[in-house]
Design a protein around this ligand. Structure first.
Ligand code: CA
Length: 695
């Protein structure tokens, strides 16, 4: 595993009728006459508005899970990261895949009913920090909605996949993207966006389901203070920013993933992201908390007006978003039932808040979080460690911008009282970018990515790599303590699902889907998926049988930027929808044979050390987000250290001319000169020699 990785940077709806199986009766009646158990659907992203991802189904349980096997699978026509949660309704499974394609399948047979391709221009991948992923659809009546990587909200007829309407939710002159799943609240589709690393201003919008007309919009950070504030909340937020033209780089605060909704309170909770740029010194030189960055904000669902906020990382300088999964639950704390909202944001602390008022209840570190010593119980604010803002010198800290937990959904089981966190330990060295200039549309973090590169010395290098870990952390949110953990080979493992069958499901980076007991984390069943899984599993019951479904396919930001340092090459991506039931009869074809090692055949390095250093700088501005830090690829885009002689000959045509634009590799002629292109090639060549030296 590898640290190049760290370089960068129940309210169960009444529709779910728990049905107890009458075992005695079943024995007396011939099977054909047994009334099938009622269907149980999965209608919303996190199963319900509270997003607990806990299913009351127990047909599959600790006693019989060993008999779980593949019912059917579907090979997607793409090979980039897969992050969606499928929905199931009326026997149809709806999902999305990379490049924002949407799919509907017969949930029993697996037959593809329709597929919709919004034809995202492949060169928009340039603005996608975190792979061309999509996390799913929202459904209501005959309407299905989902977002596209180029910023559209698309509405289809659920039955046919025919376009009803689509609306551009973003300014196409700016590097906005959509990867998150919309939510539908009171007849409106709610959708945010991403792009803070590239320089945008975050917001969330609501569109009428009928015609796509915008109903309201809430900006998360103030714009140019010389212009009128869109809402009173922006005027208050502006007081916490100062000293710089943050609005020229956008300010950030994108709402790129999590939401939850409390119907009784009519509050929509949104998770708000990091600043643009990351570094507050540049973004807001006068300091300040920079509201509403890295915050949970509660909005009135009718008009998007501000109700309360809680900021997890005041004055964020580390990409510590609070866009991570939020769970609503009613739990007893100190003898009182509390209506809480829970989150494990990137910054490494697990928060429990009162979801009506936003009152801070408690927070403790759920992983390695050395940037702060603790969260002050009185103020609810973090107590920062010394030097953590890297003003004078680089700061080596946990967690990295990848987060102690990223977007991968958690699960909360009311049976065990545990929150299951797909957690990870990844260190990072943050450093000032002394030469920062805003590069519109490109990577603009205001930090020097070179400080976070792995050491060249083999022993020091391995020591850093060995710090990088992934876990399932079973967290008691009342005691704010870890109950147990399962340690994986590495980070960036899949989202979680827990069930009343005392089961916990998770896919992992190593390419398995695993079932554990939810109580103790005992592994009970494994399936070889042949490809890393980052998406969360879901479950439903149809025609009397419980199914488990998950989309498989390695990808996302960590996958792309952090390849293994052992020259083994990127992990494979076989993008598939995998659907399981007890006694399923399907089997995957054998995985293609892959070479154990990459082959490096670099020519002699002719460039000067200065040219290589310049190439390194440029590479970590323009290239590493897809091709991996230090040119070690972890995902589908090629490992540039191992390019062929032919690719070398076409280098400028590809890098400057955009020869491979249809694969998402755009031409950079507007940003890079011929000398720049040469220097990047020299750097890649130097890296190939470095890799050879290690063998
Ligand atoms: Ca970010």
């Amino acid at each position: 595993m590898n640290f190049t990785r760290s370089i960068l940077v129940l309210l169960f709806a009444t529709l779910i009728v728990a049905c107890s199986r009458d075992e005695g009766a079943a024995e007396l009646v011939p099977p054909a006459q047994v009334k099938a158990l009622p269907d149980v659907e999965w209608l919303k992203h996190g199963l319900d508005d509270g997003e607990a991802r806990y299913s009351e189904l127990a047909d599959i349980n600790t006693e019989n899970v060993a008999g779980l096997s593949l019912a059917w699978y579907f090979d997607y026509p793409t090979n980039r990261g897969m992050e969606a949660t499928p929905l199931e309704r009326d026997g149809i499974l709806y999902s999305t895949g990379s490049w924002s394609l949407a799919y509907a399948h017969d949930a029993v047979s697996g037959e593809l009913l329709w597929m919709y391709d919004p034809k995202v221009p492949r060169d928009w991948a340039l603005h996608a920090c975190c792979d061309v992923v999509n996390r799913g659809v929202a459904l209501q009546g005959d309407t299905l909605v989902f977002g596209t990587i180029d910023g559209r909200l698309v509405s289809l007829e659920a039955a046919t996949g025919k376009l009803r309407w689509e609306v551009q939710t973003t300014d196409k002159s700016l590097p906005y993207t959509i990867t998150g799943a919309p939510r539908i609240v009171k007849g409106k589709a709610i959708i945010g966006n991403g792009g803070a690393e590239y320089g945008v201003r975050g917001y969330i919008s609501a569109y009428n389901l009928d015609d796509g007309a915008m109903a309201w919009r809430f900006y998360t950070v103030p714009g140019n203070p010389e212009k009128p504030f869109e809402r009173p909340a922006m005027e208050r937020a502006a007081e916490t920013w100062g000293g710089g033209p943050w609005w020229e780089i956008g300010g950030g605060g994108t709402v790129w993933d999590s939401m939850a909704y409390d119907e009784e309170l009519n509050l929509l909770y949104i998770g708000v992201g990091n600043g643009a740029p990351w570094n507050r010194e540049i973004r807001s030189p006068a300091g300040g908390d920079n509201l509403y960055l890295s915050s949970i904000v509660a909005l009135n669902a009718d008009d998007g007006s501000y109700v309360w906020h809680y900021q997890t990382t005041p004055g964020d300088s580390w990409d510590y978003t609070a866009t991570q999964h939020m769970i609503l639950a009613d739990i007893e704390i100190g003898g009182t039932e509390r209506r809480v909202i829970m989150q494990a944001p990137k910054n490494g602390f697990f928060y429990v808040l009162d979801r009506k008022t936003g009152e801070f209840i408690s927070a403790q570190a759920y992983g390695l979080a050395t940037w702060a010593t603790h969260i002050d119980q009185e103020t609810g604010r973090p107590v920062e460690a010394e030097g953590v803002r890297y003003e004078d010198k680089p700061a080596p800290i946990f967690p990295a911008p990848y987060g102690a937990h990223n977007w991968h959904p958690m699960s909360y089981s009311p049976d065990t009282g545990l929150v299951y966190i797909p957690a990870q330990d990844i260190p990072h060295v943050y450093a000032q970018d002394e030469y920062f200039v805003h590069k519109p549309g490109f990577w603009n973090t205001g930090t020097d990515a070179r400080a976070a590169l792995l050491p060249s010395d083999p022993t020091e290098r391995q020591a850093v790599i060995d710090m990088v870990k992934g876990h399932i952390t079973a967290w008691d949110p009342v005691a704010q303590e870890e109950r147990w953990r399962i340690t994986h080979e590495g980070p960036w493992n899949g989202g979680m699902l827990s069930t009343a069958g005392n089961l916990l499901f998770q896919g992992n980076a190593e390419g398995e889907l695993v079932a554990y007991s939810a109580g103790q984390g005992e592994p009970l069943w494994r399936f070889d998926a042949q490809t890393g899984i980052v998406a969360p599993p879901m479950t439903f019951r149809l025609k009397g049988e419980q199914y488990i479904a998950v989309v498989a396919g390695w990808g996302g930001t960590y996958a792309l930027t952090a390849g293994d340092d052992d020259n083994s090459g990127p992990k494979p991506n076989y993008s598939r929808l995998l659907v399981f039931k007890l006694g399923g009869q399907a089997a995957l074809p054998a995985a293609p044979q892959r070479p154990e090692k990459l082959t490096f055949t670099p020519p002699k390095l002719e460039a000067t050390p200065e040219q290589v250093e310049e190439g390194l700088k440029l590479f970590h501005t323009y290239c590493f987000v897809c091709h991996g830090a230090e040119a070690i690829a972890g995902g589908t885009p090629p490992d540039l250290r191992a390019i062929s002689t032919e690719t070398r000959a076409n280098w400028d045509a590809i890098v400057l001319g955009g020869l491979h634009w249809e694969k998402g590799m755009v031409g950079f002629s507007k940003a890079l000169s011929k000398d720049d292109s040469d220097n990047i090639l020299s750097y890649v060549t130097e890296r190939a020699h470095f890799a050879l030296k290690k063998e």
